[in-house]
Ligand binder design. Structure first.
Ligand code: C2E
Ligand code: CA
Ligand code: CA
Length: 515
């Protein structure tokens, strides 16, 4: 019972008891007769009129009290209904009506408290294949329809109590009888692979399903869920549209990943990853226009783990924000030591452009390190723009408004089209290394490089050719009108101390540019 309802009952009992005691006392002493006699003998006091008025007032108060009590009762019912709706919303997904992630976490926790690690059950992690494409290309309306249709198909096989939507296009089913997990998963796969009718056409959709069983694959419910998740990713990597049961190979991969993640966390916290700097050369003057910061993780034995290995791990394990903060702060401190007309180029991962606080964090680091925002250029890839266009656009305009420039990295290998390019204002286009390495042997690649340089000139945006390794490549690119160059020909990424020396002239570039 709610606190206020308990208080009301308690007060009613108390008043009832006071009334009963008062009645008993008045009755015992024949008080009413005494009062009547007193009233008759003192008619001129007009007390009887006063008592009559008091009686009428008392009856009216009673009626008023009953009406208010009725209102209170209705209000209480309404509130209880609203509260139960809020509880429902907190534990369910609004679109499909299935239970949500909190609900699953609660169930797994409760099961663990009740049974320890002894209860056997299976978890199915179901992730749709091709959902993002439908959402992006056909629209959110179609995406919503797919999700509700999928939820209905899941309900054909399993009770609502065992189904959860984890967010996005991921669902989870809990199966209380592990021997049924695989047959159910196969049946679900078949039913989810059917196209979803939409207007006059149909939408192609599929699913990848991972299966894990507690307590063998994971001692706790949460670990079992992780195991099923890893199995689902294995199914996706193996070509999608499959059911994958958790096995020893996946366990080994998960353990390796856990160790790598722990090491990465340690490296990020204790400065094991530092920025190195690769020079970017102005092809007209031959001078260093700036450096691109490239993350380097050095192991105790001296060897380096390439960023292509640890950046994705940092992204997946939620370490990217922290890593970027550490690297950018260090890079800004280093760049503050360079001549004022040189720039620092810094890579930003696509996932970071979904974070609305990114702009503020970058600006805070610039303030803290006193680096002029006009000396910072952030490099983003086309993928970043495709994933969450609206947020990316607002972050980029925030950065540009503060004076930071934005370069489009790895241009040519992604999906961006000219319309997308014209939607954003870029300060630089970086031609991907794959074109530069092959354009001299392949006519088609050469035309692409020429076209990108031409596009840059047309838009009045400078271009940088990445991955220049030979003098021939350099001279062709210079003659095409490419503005900047970067590559092993000028130098690999080097530590800050060495980069600083390049400006002092104590360390010369491997190539003296003729122009
Ligand atoms: P990117 O931004 O395209 O960086 C250029 C990559 O090309 C670097 O690889 C660089 O060492 C390499 N490179 C430069 N010139 C040449 C050349 O002449 N020949 C060849 N074969 N390679 C050349 P690296 O340092 O291994 O970085 C790989 C990628 O990792 C980068 O590609 C970037 O996307 C990412 N990355 C590196 N540092 C960071 C970082 O601090 N943050 C984020 N978000 N990503 C980073
Ligand atoms: Ca880059
Ligand atoms: Ca690049």
């Amino acid at each position: 019972m709610k606190l206020y309802a308990r208080k009301a009952v308690w007060q009613a009992w108390l008043l009832g008891a006071v009334g009963a005691v008062a009645f008993g006392i008045f009755h015992y002493f024949d008080s009413y007769e005494s009062l009547l006699a007193f009233l008759q003998t003192h008619e001129d006091y007009e007390i009887d009129e006063f008592l009559l008025a008091l009686d009428i007032f008392g009856v009216l108060c009673l009626i008023y009290g009953i009406l208010r009590f009725w209102d209170f009762h209705r209000e209480q019912k309404r509130r209880e209904k609203a509260e139960s709706q809020i509880d429902w919303m907190a534990l369910h997904d609004n679109l499909t009506g299935l239970q949500n992630r909190h609900s699953l976490e609660r169930r797994l926790r409760t099961a663990e408290e009740a049974f320890g690690g002894s209860r056997r059950f299976s978890v199915l992690v179901i992730d749709l294949d091709g959902f993002k494409r439908i959402n992006d290309l056909v629209g959110h309306h179609a995406g919503d329809l797919v999700l509700t249709t999928i939820a209905a198909r899941l309900r054909d096989h399993l009770a609502d109590d065992n189904l959860y939507r984890m967010g996005g296009d991921e669902f989870v089913a809990v199966i209380d009888t592990p021997s049924l997990a695989l047959p159910v998963a196969m049946a679900l796969l078949q039913s989810l692979n059917r196209p979803v009718p939409f207007n006059e056409t149909s939408l192609d959709i599929g699913a990848s399903i991972g299966v894990a069983t507690a307590p063998t694959d994971g001692a706790s419910g949460v670990e079992c869920l992780r195991a099923a998740d890893a199995a689902m990713y294995t199914a996706k990597a193996a070509g999608r549209g499959k059911v994958q049961v958790f096995d020893a190979t996946i366990r080994e991969r998960m353990q390796r990943r856990d160790v790598a993640e722990r090491n990465l966390r340690h490296a990020v916290a204790y400065g094991g990853i530092r920025p190195f700097y690769q020079p970017i050369i102005d092809l007209q003057s031959g001078r260093i226009s700036g450096f691109e910061a490239l993350a380097r993780w050095q192991m105790e034995d001296g060897h380096f783990i390439p960023p292509a290995d640890f950046i994705p791990l940092a992204e997946d394990s939620g370490l990217m924000t922290r890593l970027t903060d550490v690297l950018l702060r260090q890079a800004c401190l280093d760049a503050a030591d360079w001549p004022a007309d040189t720039r620092l180029s810094f890579n930003i991962s696509p996932i970071q452009l979904k974070d609305r606080m990114l702009g503020l964090r970058i600006l805070a680091i610039l303030m803290e390190t006193s680096l002029d925002p006009r000396r910072l250029e952030i490099e983003i890839t086309e993928t970043a723009l495709i994933q969450d266009l609206e947020t990316a656009a607002s972050i980029l305009s925030e950065l540009r408004a503060a004076g930071i420039s934005v370069a489009l990295d790895d241009f040519g290998i992604g999906y961006s089209n000219l319309a997308q390019l014209s939607n954003f204002s870029f300060d630089k286009i970086k031609i991907d290394r794959s074109f530069v390495s092959s354009f001299q042997d392949q006519e088609k690649q050469e035309k692409i490089v020429r076209a990108i340089v031409g596009l840059g000139m047309g838009l009045d945006v400078p271009t940088t050719a990445e991955g220049i390794e030979t003098e021939d490549q350099l001279s062709s690119l210079s003659s095409m009108g490419c503005t900047y160059g970067q590559g092993f020909l000028f130098g690999k990424a080097i530590p800050a101390e060495e980069a600083r020396l390049m400006f002092d002239g104590r360390c010369t570039l491997p190539l003296r540019l003729s122009s």
